[in-house]
Design a protein around this ligand. Sequence first.
Ligand code: GDP
Ligand code: MG
Length: 446
Amino acid sequence: SLSDRLGGVFDRLRGRGALTEADVRAAMREVRVALLEADVALPVARDFVDKVTEQAIGQNVLRSVTPGQQVVKIVHDALIAMLGADESSLLLDVTPPAVVMMVGLQGSGKTTTTAKIAKRLTQGSLTGRERKKVLMASLDVNRPNAQEQLATLGTQVEVATLPIIAGQQPVEIARRAMQAAKLQGYDVLMLDTAGRLHVDQALMDEMKAVADIARPQEILLVVDSLTGQDAVNVAQNFSDQVPLTGIVLTRMDGDARGGAALSMRAVTGKPIKFAGTGEKMDALEAFHPERVAGRILGMGDVVSLVERAAESIQVEDAERMAMKMAKGQFDMDDLRGQLAQMRRMGGLGALAGMMPGMKKAQGALAAQPGSDKMLIHMDAMIGSMTAKERSKPELINAKRKIRIAKGSGTTVQEVNKLLKMHLEMSTAMKKIKKMGGLKGMMAMLG
Ligand code: GDP
Ligand code: MG
């Protein structure tokens, strides 16, 4: 496993103070091989390794895990941050009918996934509790019987399909489907489009024309998770042509190593909303970044390993924090440690008011729904900072803010919020130091 391979690189290192640049670079060569073996596209693997290298250099060597394990942990966390949080919901809050359009290569699983999602919607999952009245329409006039295939699945999942009229073209079918959905009071219209064997401009134009007519709330790119190096091309081509809102990875029940997930995320920046896990109509799951990270790293034991590393990081972080606070220092790495701890302890809401100086920042954050998602965003933002920026946040000027926002899939406003929160916390720490109340505060932190 990657862990074993890194063990070799790091044998000499144990007991030294910090991960050195040379050691980290040697380790990252192994990580790069592991990523490529997991089918991560080359340019994506390269970018990822560069980013993580910067994060890892200079980190303190933990006492209770090996440096190899520690690097695995750093890589694992970075993978999860990049793969993104669970976002397996559809935004269909519009005057009905809301339109969901499925696009992708032929055989990727569009038709199957259309019916799977439709079934969930009629059952009231995916969009809160409310059961949706759903109509499905196949625009696939290329493959013989494609429209019948969807009709058969519709019968199976008890979802209506648009009656088939022979000879109609996709744009006409889309128009008819919109009209039927409106007249018959459907909440959601799902459009299953024709596949492409490879990226073909005529079909791309057809897809764009359909999107222009139907104005979908969601355009989901369906991708076979077994797609290898080609994933980047597929993602780039589709996202250049239509405004994708999310990705569905199918065949996650097979032996895909998960690399396509990372490539798709990196190229489109869109959330992976679902994972297809079989041919049956129930085989649709939320996307679990930690499972995919484990697969990419190729380790069955990655979870326990990472937990162990996390525990020891927690202990050593607390010690380091105490020292820093005693000196009146508190940088972005410290804030990141605190954020991770908050997530472990049940999110911002649960913690509101526990830490002095955090009250104000937390109150504001916890008042908003999805504040735990914000913790994840904050972690991603700090992850997109260089080591220098993390230790000296005052370096972060407007240009750097834009880069950080881009790198973390957030906005400059969010970066500003994070910087403000950091400033408030470090000010509070300095005050505490002045008051000599460090011991009491550490007790509160646990
Ligand atoms: P389309 O051409 O994109 O519409 O693809 P289809 O929906 O027709 O799917 C092609 C084949 O893949 C069918 O045999 C499906 O049953 C199968 N399939 C789709 N999704 C999954 C999945 O998540 N796991 C597995 N094992 N098979 C799937
Ligand atoms: Mg199909």
